[in-house]
Design a protein around this ligand. Sequence first.
Ligand code: 5GP
Length: 335
Amino acid sequence: MDYKSIPKIELHAHLNGSLSNKNILELHQLKYQGSDQGINADAYKVQKELPDLTQCFAKFKYAHELTDVPERLGRACENVIRDFQEDNVVYLELRTTPRATEHMSRETYLATVCEAIRKCEKTCPGILVKLIPSIDRSKGVQVAEENVELTRKIREKYPDLIVGIDLSGNPENTDFRDFRKALQAARDCGLKLALHCAETAGSVSENLEMLEFGMDRMGHGTFMDESLETWKMLLEKRIPVECCVRSNLKCGSVSSAENHHIRKLLEAQHPVAICTDDSGVFDTSLSSEIELCAKTFKLSRDAIEEITLSTIDQSFASPSEKSRLKTLVHDFYRK
Ligand code: 5GP
């Protein structure tokens, strides 16, 4: 099967983790007036398995230094969208954390990303893109609340583009309960919630609290089966899980593709989305993630179509957009 040719749906991609080598080089040259000196795309990539998540988070600093002004941030966003389109991704929910730098406010950051996506509607007509602003847990509660308010404000200008809120960032030394107010405010204004959950072992009580709070989709859910109670509740609530196999392998949170929790979820006929997470950092693509899953779990062409159609249902697209995407996928598989 030619995995690149199949129309794909990407629901879990972080902007600053999705920069290709080419993109890194271009941004570096833009920042340092054409110089290649000091370029180190390998510092950005996870080459072989890292011992823990915290070391993975250090990788994003490299990209953040290159996307610190609106011009380069906008370029990064356009290039990432173009790369997904080249991989035949027809629908992308891109997420990114509004970040203030010396040169721009969080508001400018978010507006720049929205404008870049708008520009791509003309330059990349083969891909429909939505935006999910992220809350970085490590930045604290006040910033989280401000980011929700900012998202609400900017969404007035881009109502069809901003569809949800993501909770991500390093979960170490943070408490989910502190973010409930901000997330509830997001939910109250109609934003969908895509929350990273159960990324590390030993977080059963937090996982329970998150499941009780509820969400529209779960990021990773790696250790949901650490307790029977959380596993059962996940299945009962039928919260779709965004699975990013290579990311989990390279961060050392799963021991092998065969042991990835997507296997159990597929066996339970639970809704899953196959995603990249950070295609640049983890040196992957959505085609490659789907191929890895197909080969590891012996997924037939029909099974891949079924997962793709389910992923469309899990997306935050409008009903008419979902219907158009389903027709496109259906037509491809009947060719
Ligand atoms: P950005 O939001 O700057 O566009 O993308 C990079 C950021 O996404 C990282 O700094 C981190 O906050 C978040 N991120 C990327 N991958 C992961 C992941 O696997 N888990 C969590 N919790 N956060 C991630």
